[in-house]
Ligand binder design. Structure first.
Ligand code: ATP
Ligand code: MG
Ligand code: MG
Length: 348
């Protein structure tokens, strides 16, 4: 069988590896991290820095196709690998998704509607952006943010100095605060030839900037925005000649869907598909990057609720295991730090 190379060693890579096995693929994980939960279930592991040229070349030689489960893999790393083996999704998607400014401009160019935004590179620039965008607003670092990290809420212009200090002078984007009715995500899977499927929208509930729950089917506010958001997500995938699963996050508003951000990979809000859809997002991604036909996205049950297990939740596992409607997924991480994603549960 062929070997899939995965860049990144977290739970998304672990679940990709688990989905690859029944289709006969081996997985080789490459990442610099000390703890590689994806490595636990992989046939091979390379623990090396992103800029270790010799290790990258050996990795490329050992695999047939390469994907990433983490969008902050350096572009130079992926460019080196792409000269040796197919990398799916490609470097274009990575470049766009690594920088919130580039991403918003790109999506706006395709007819998407982000919240009002402005680039911020200085305290003076922040004041100008606040005058332009208005308050309340959110200042976000352009790069490297996740789970709400690197973000500061700004209620009024006199909070600008503290906000600028909080992001430590990193290049930022200021976004208008959206009074949304609901949040949701659209997951599209696209093949090398352009064939695509999309899952039903997931309605997402965040707490403290971290995804807490996803509900499928979504409620009425999301349903009203779904067609436009799905069409945009497909346009984004087409424009990037994307291969694999692409996730886009949206705010459902009275005036329609506002684009929040994209993730060029399988996504936490798609975990419900493991138990709730005929083809999980992980199997779908493997099918797409390996050139197999895509699978059905039909739901297995009328409703699914995915709940993230953050921090130490071990006291809940016995009850979850005893609940016939609950499917427990644990990632095997050693340190249950507060707010850390340790697992999730799908309620069918
Ligand atoms: P992820 O872990 O999804 O990658 P992230 O750190 O990239 O998260 P965002 O998706 O930008 O962060 O924001 C996290 C959450 O904060 C959003 O899901 C939403 O609940 C809230 N949020 C972000 N931007 C806005 C906004 N402009 N208006 C209102 N709420 C917002
Ligand atoms: Mg993000
Ligand atoms: Mg997000």
């Amino acid at each position: 069988g062929a070997t899939i190379g995965i860049l990144g060693g977290g739970q998304l890579g672990r679940m990709l590896a688990l989905a690859a096995a029944p289709l006969g693929y081996r997985v080789h994980v490459y990442a610099p991290d000390a703890e590689l939960v994806a490595g636990d279930v992989a046939a091979a592991v390379t623990r090396a820095a992103w800029d270790d040229a010799a290790a990258l070349d050996r990795f490329a030689a050992a695999v047939d196709v390469i994907t990433y489960e983490f969008e902050n893999v350096p572009v130079a790393t992926v460019e080196r690998l792409a000269a040796l083996k197919p990398v799916r999704p490609g470097v274009a998607a990575l470049r766009v998704a690594q920088d919130r400014m580039i991403e918003k401009r790109f999506v706006a160019g395709l007819g998407g509607r982000p919240a009002p935004f402005a680039a911020v590179d200085s305290l003076a620039g922040l004041h100008a952006a606040l005058a332009d965008v208005g308050t309340p607003a959110i200042l976000k670092t352009r790069r490297l943010g996740y789970d709400g990290k690197g973000q500061v809420r700004i209620g009024s212009a006199d909070e600008a100095g503290a906000a600028w200090a909080a992001v430590a002078g990193a290049p930022c984007v200021l976004e208008g605060y959206v009074a949304f009715a609901a949040e949701f995500s659209i997951l599209v899977a696209r093949c090398p030839g352009g064939a695509e499927v999309h899952y039903p929208a997931a309605e997402n509930v965040h707490r403290g900037g971290i995804l807490s729950e996803s509900h499928v089917p979504a409620g009425a506010a999301v349903a009203a925005c779904m067609a436009e958001a799905t069409a945009l997500t497909v346009r984004i995938a087409d424009a990037l000649d994307y291969v694999g699963v692409l996730a886009c996050e949206f705010f459902a508003c009275a005036e329609g869907p506002l684009f929040n951000e994209m993730a060029p990979r399988v996504h936490n809000s798609g975990h419900w598909t493991q138990d709730g859809a005929l083809t999980s997002q992980f199997e779908q991604h493997v099918r797409a990057i390996c050139g197999l036909p895509l699978g059905p996205v039909t739901m297995r049950v009328p409703r699914v609720r995915m709940e993230n297990l953050l921090g130490d939740t071990a006291d809940r596992w016995p009850a979850l295991l005893a609940d016939p409607a609950a499917k427990l997924h644990l990632y095997g991480k050693s340190e249950a730090a507060e707010g850390r994603k340790m697992g999730h549960v799908n309620f069918l």
